[in-house]
Each structure stands twice: as C-alpha cells, then as structure tokens.
Design a protein around this ligand. Structure first.
Ligand code: C2E
Ligand code: MG
Ligand code: MG
Length: 730
C-alpha cells in the first residue's frame, strides 16, 4: 500500500486530522510524532516524543513490537489499546522509511464516557472515509482467497499445511476485527460463508449458508442490480445499510459489498448500533436545551434557514419571561427552572402549528410557526399561547403567576434569519415596554424605528454620563394649608446634543435596564445637594426640602449609603431636608436589601417617600415594614378621586391609615382647581402638579423661592407671577 504524499507536509497533517482525527504516527525510535485532534482529547498533556509503548499496546498483530516489525505489516489491519483508558483504536497502518502512521478510529467507550471526554460528532467526521479504507482495500480478502485455494490444492507436508492454516486464521481474524459480519456469496447470489463476531446477530439463529443473499439481506436487492453488470476487474465497493433484529433488539449495520477476484462477492458489515445511538444522542444534545428538552438556538436557526430556503411563509415568535430575575432572586433558582420548564412544555402546544420551539438562552424562547403569512393569524396564535403561559403555576409550595412578552416577525421574500430575529426582538422589547400596554407586539416599521432610536439612545447615554449632559429641573410641592412651597422635587433632564432636552421617559428605564442609572443618579444627587445648599443660603428659606428620585438598583447597591455620605460631605447640606423618593415597583425586586438600605438612610435623618402609590401593588404591608415618612399618591388616582366615589372612599381609607402611621400625604399631578380642592378637602398635606408649576430649571425654582410665591388655596386661584431678579449665589 503506497501513500504518495510526504508524511509531514502541513496539508497532509490537516487532511489526516480531518479524516482520521484519532490517527497517530511514530518514528523509527518508536516515539510518538503526532496525534490527531480527537485522540489528543483522550491523552491530554501527552509530552512531545513520548514513547509509543508507554501509551499504546499493539493488540493486533499481537507479536509486533519494534519499528522494523511494523514495516513488515505495512497496509494491514491494526488494533491498538490505549493504556491509560483501555480504549481500542482500530484501523490500518502505513509505514515509510522514517515513520509509521496508524489510520485508526475509536471503537469503544460509551456515549456518556465520550461525552465526558469532550468527544462528539465532530470527532467522527472522518468515519466514512476511514470505513472505506478499512473495509474494502481488498488486500486481506484477496490474500485470503488465494490462500484458501492453495490450502485446498496442497499436497505438501502437514506442518506446511498447519503453517498456512495459521496464517489463514490470522488473516480471518484481521477481517473479523475490521468487520462484524462477513458474508461471501457466489455469482448465483447463494451464500457460501457467513461469519459474525457476535452470537446475538441473526446469523446464529438462522443458518444463512446456502440461502439466497437477498432473502437474508433484502436491502441488497438494488445494490446487487448495480453490481451484477460490473466487469471482472472492478472492485469498487458499494455501500448500503441494513438492520437485523434478534430477541427484540435492533442492530444497525454499515455494509460494503464488492466483487472479489474469484467472481464471488464479499459483504462486510460493521455493527454501528452503538455508534448510531451515540451519534443520535450527541446530535440531540448538540441541538437541544438540557433543562427544558426543547430545541436550542442552533436548531432554531437551522429550521428557520430551512424554511427560508424552501420559500415558505412563517412567523417567528420571541418570548421573554417577565421579571424572571425577580422570580429567581426571591423564590430561588429551582422555582425559576420550573417556570422555564413549564413555559417550554406549553410552547409545543400552539395548535399544532409549531415547527420548532426552542430556548434561545436565559429566559428567552423562540417559536417558528410555519405557513403563517399574515399578522392577524400570528397575533391570534400568540394570544392563545400567552393565555397558556400566564396560567398560574404551583410549585414547591408557592403560586407563581408568570407573565410573558411576545414579539412577532413575519417572513417575506426578502427576509433573512438575522433580520427576522432582530425584528422579533424589537417587537418583544416593545411588548416589554410599559407604555405599549400589550404583552404581544408584531413588528412593523414604527416599532423598528422606535427600537432603533432606543438602541442609539443607549449608546448616547454612555457618552452623556462621561460628558455630564444632565441637569435637574425642579417642581414645587405646595403646602395645601398655607399655599407656600414646602419643597422641590428634582426631576432629571438630559441635554441631548441633537435631540434637545429629553425627559426621563426617553432614557430612565433604558438606563435602569443597562445598569447606567447609578451613574446618572450620582450626578442628580450631587446637583440636587448643591442646589439645595444654594436655596438654604438665602435667609429664611432654610425650611425648604428637596426630594430626589432613586431607582431600585441604586437603593440595592451596597455602595449606595457610601455614595450618599460622600455627596453629603462634599455639599455639606442639611440631611433632614433631603427626601428620597422610591417607587413601589422598586420594593418588590429585593425586599430585604431595600429594607436594610432604607433603615440605614432613615437613621441618618434622610426622609423616605413612597412614590406613585396606588398604581402598583399598593401593599399595605410595605407601609408597615418600611420606614416611610411620606406617601405620594399617583397622578392617575388624583383624576379618579374627583370622578369616582368608590375610588375616593378607598383613598380616604389610605389617608386615614397614613395618618395613623404618622405619614404625610402628597397628591401628585394636580392640574385643575377641582383636583386641588378635592385633595385639600380630603386631608392631603401637600400637592404637586402643573396647576401650581411645571418642573422648571433651577434659576426659575430659585425665583419662585426668593419671591416667596404664594399659591391660592381658595376656590379661584390667583397666581402671583414673580419678577425674577437673579441673586448672587456666593
Ligand atoms: P415622578 O417621580 O412621579 O415625577 C412626577 C412626574 O410627573 C414628572 O415627570 C412630572 O413632570 C410629572 N408631573 C408633575 N405634575 C404633573 C401634572 O400635573 N400633570 C402631568 N401630566 N404630569 C405631571 P418627569 O419629570 O417626566 O419624570 C417622570 C419620572 O421619571 C418621575 O416620576 C420619576 O419616576 C422618574 N425620574 C425623574 N427624575 C429621576 C431621577 O433623577 N432618577 C430616577 N431614578 N428617576 C427619575
Ligand atoms: Mg417622584
Ligand atoms: Mg410620582
């Protein structure tokens, strides 16, 4: 057997590696020269020039030990045992003057063991090519035929006959190693010989010898047709696959059949049952998510690409579990996992339309709905799915009411996978956005545009923090008894270089999601403390307080107290005139941390206000467990109490409760005379809203304070507009 390529050219090494990833070569001193990438996984850390004997044992031919002996078996079947792990390598050896190269593949180890060693489908890429070489290079079978003929005709001494028979049995053994079933049949297709390495294969239960080969191997029919017409000199093997069943067990074989020189046929079959099971298992593992057993991102992309290639119309749904982090943090990861598993099981049930459901990562799922070309049908199916997903789950003693956000993109003739995913992602983010008011959104031009702006905003925010493009606006909070300004709420604004002055609506949520709110919060605090100092510097205005909004992530940041301390130190402002406003939604994410932080802040003398009360969970428990000083009733309720008697009664009860807990009540978003009079009449202490003043820049806030502006509390409000005379702040 001559190999016409130099052993150590790079391209040859690459070729070897790709075809026989378990190959190895050794030099004349029996030192290992190189090993294939997959074999390296079985022998990690093998040193350069390691001794062949230290790592391998030649099991077949069993007598061969030295390099000169290897040279004699050039082209033959070899079986090596790996000493460290008892694995078997099987294949052929090729020897040149300087090197012996073993073109082998791995023949043992269970799928689980291989998985542990990091060996997967990729390591079997060269399997087919290896089989080709191993099975049908004819060398052994031809030699064998010749030998058998010689033995039959032999009239020599018994010892010579014995010697030749032993060579024959060695050669048969070689073939046995290369194949699990060997069948010879004649030109009339009758089986002359049948050998199998395992007793449990069919051929030990029924004797195939003498039978027509296609009776035993029906799969051979078409193969025989193609071989029958071939000329004597053609020995190209034809591949086919067949199965056998024995005692209820299925065996799968890869087989080759070819004509031999004596015009008979030789069929060699290799049992690939285990390997196929392993391949299937590895393939499953490579394409599925281990937690939920549904597809993973790779499978999702594969199926979507297939649909795109077949020009089918389909919809992509991206589904995100809302507040998954909160579920994980508060209820534990085992509950989070159960939510994911439950979601996955429901994904498969979308009215039989699901082509594939996959977990794309974390708490994100994807569904491909084939045959969908219109938005309404996709939305309809998504609504059905959402209904199922949001059913209550009871697990480990807790009820969970999961929520999902679903984004939809529908393919068209121009679609690519990446663009569809981007669109579905955009739509999912829009569904998450509170102001969309729907948890299911199908992507359209407007959404694409909006999300594009959000993405640009996210990038701009980073540089805005560096360049400090933020300023505080201040909105007065009025004492409803006196009409005087009691405090100002600091409301951040972003001076965007191209888009002008932006309100928090455009960036606060985004900054929270991207972990940038802490940096913005620091700037806001610093400005607010400095401005408060400036107001307190004016004689007689020392009673004025400032409230600053803080996000949940700021409060829960272990460094938050330190940040407050540092800002206080730098500005040296009056601690008891500072109010921090925290929304209800911020309380639910990590109650313990929040409670700890709020208690520490309260101990410093800072007051805490519960903002936007009445729109979220409105849990009275929070009022009991957390050290609040003030409740700010949300703007939406202020409108409602003027129009709905029932709502008014509820709010009156809250006011009574607040009073009994010693809390002050603020009404937000007062826009009309009627609202002002209602909140005053109901017993609110303070009011805030456009009726009194919109949020204004600090200089204007300063002018309101210096002018001692007084808001009328009488039914007809007369507002005094002061003339602003800027004061020296030194
Ligand atoms: P918020 O703390 O509830 O602030 C009140 C919001 O209602 C302000 O909106 C204010 O301009 C608006 N508002 C006040 N009176 C009226 C009224 O009579 N009618 C109407 N229609 N609106 C009124 P703004 O300034 O856009 O702030 C929105 C939210 O952004 C704030 O709600 C607060 O939650 C958040 N925010 C503002 N500044 C900061 C900050 O520095 N840090 C953090 N984390 N959040 C902030
Ligand atoms: Mg506020
Ligand atoms: Mg508010």
């Amino acid at each position: 057997m001559a190999i016409q390529v130099p052993f150590h050219s790079e391209s040859f090494d690459d070729l070897l590696d790709a075809t026989f990833p378990f190959y190895l070569s050794c030099n004349g001193q029996m030192e290992i020269e190189r090993i294939g990438r997959s074999l390296a996984k079985l022998l990690p850390g093998m040193p350069a020039n390691a001794s062949f004997d230290q790592f391998f044992e030649i099991k077949l031919p069993a007598t061969v030990r030295s390099f000169s002996e290897l040279a004699k078996i050039d082209g033959q079947v070899v079986v090596l045992a790996i000493r460290h792990c008892n694995s078997i390598l099987r294949g052929q050896i090729f020897v040149t003057k300087q090197s012996a190269i073993f073109l082998v593949s791995l023949r043992s180890e269970s799928a689980a063991e291989l998985g542990k060693l990091g060996i997967g489908i990729g390591d079997y890429a060269g399997h087919d090519a290896a089989m080709e070489l191993l099975f049908m290079k004819q060398a052994q079978s031809t030699q064998l035929n010749e030998l058998q003929e010689m033995i039959a005709k032999l009239e020599t001494t018994a010892s010579e006959k014995q010697r030749l028979e032993s060579i024959e049995s060695a050669l048969m053994h070689d073939l046995d190693v290369a194949a699990d079933i060997i069948v010879r049949f004649n030109s009339a297709h009758r089986i002359i010989e049948c050998r199998s390495v395992r007793e449990s294969y069919w051929c030990n239960q029924i004797d195939p010898v003498g039978k027509l080969v296609h009776e035993i191997f029906p799969e051979l029919d078409s193969v025989l047709e193609s071989i029958t017409g071939t000329s004597e000199s053609t020995f190209e093997p034809v591949a086919f696959e067949f199965d056998t069943k024995s005692k209820g067990k299925l065996f799968q074989f890869d087989a080759r059949v070819a004509k031999t020189l004596d015009s008979n046929f030789l069929l060699l079959a290799r049992d690939v049952t285990q390997q196929k099971a392993m391949d299937q298992k590895l393939k499953f593992m490579a394409l599925h998510d281990p937690l939920t057993d549904i597809g993973n991102r790779i499978l999702f992309e594969e199926k979507a690409t297939d649909l795109l290639n077949s020009e089918s119309n389909f919809a992509i749904l991206i589904i995100d579990v809302n507040d998954f982090k909160t579920i994980n943090d508060n209820l534990g990861h085992h509950v989070g996992d159960e939510v994911l598993r439950t979601f996955a099981s429901k994904m498969k049930l979308v009215d039989g339309n699901v082509t594939v459901a996959a977990r794309l990562g974390g708490d994100e799922f994807g569904i491909l709905l084939n045959g969908i070309s219109d938005k309404e049908t996709a939305l309809d199916l998504a609504r059905q799915l959402n209904k199922k997903l949001t059913e209550m789950i009871f697990f480990d003693g807790v009820f969970i009411e999961p929520r999902a956000s679903i984004g939809i993109a529908i393919s068209d003739s121009e679609s690519s996978f990446d663009q569809l995913m981007r669109d579905a992602d955009f739509a999912m983010y829009a569904a998450k956005n509170k102001e969309t008011k729907s948890s299911i959104v199908a992507c359209d031009k407007a959404i694409r545009e909006k999300i594009k702006i959000q993405m640009e905003t996210r990038l701009d925010l980073q540089s805005a923090i560096k360049k400090n493009q933020f300023i505080n606006y201040y909105q007065p909070v009025v004492d409803l008894k006196t009409g005087k300004i009691a405090s100002f709420e600091a409301l951040v604004r972003w001076q965007h270089p191209t888009r002008g002055l932006l309100t928090p609506y455009h960036f606060v949520e985004l900054a929270e999601e991207n972990g940038m709110i802490a940096d913005i919060g620091k700037l806001v605090l610093k400005m607010a403390f400095d401005d408060l100092n400036a107001i307190h510097a004016i004689k007689g205005r020392e009673h004025v307080s400032f409230s600053v909004n803080v996000a949940a992530s700021q409060i829960q940041d272990p460094n938050f107290i330190q940040i407050i301390n540092q800002s206080l130190e730098e500005s040296n402002c009056a601690v008891n005139k500072i109010i921090l406003e925290i929304t209800e939604s911020a309380l639910i994410s990590d109650f313990d941390k929040t409670q700890k932080s709020l208690i520490a802040l309260r101990q410093k003398g800072i007051r805490i206000s519960l903002d936007d009360f009445g729109v979220g969970y409105s849990s009275l428990n929070y009022l009991r467990q957390l050290p609040f000083d003030i409740i700010k009733l949300d703007r939406s309720l202020i409108t409602e109490i003027c129009e709905c008697e029932k709502q008014r009664k509820i709010v009156e009860a809250v006011i009574m409760l607040g009073r009994s807990l010693g809390l002050l009540m603020v009404g937000e978003g007062i826009e009309t005379e009627k609202q002002k009079l209602t909140v005053k009449e109901m017993g609110f202490d303070y009011g805030q809203g456009y009726l009194f003043a919109k949020p204004v820049p600090f200089v204007e806030a300063m002018s309101l304070i210096t002018a001692d502006v007084l808001f009328s509390m009488a039914p007809q409000q007369v507002r005094l507009i002061p003339t602003y005379v800027p004061e020296c702040r030194c």
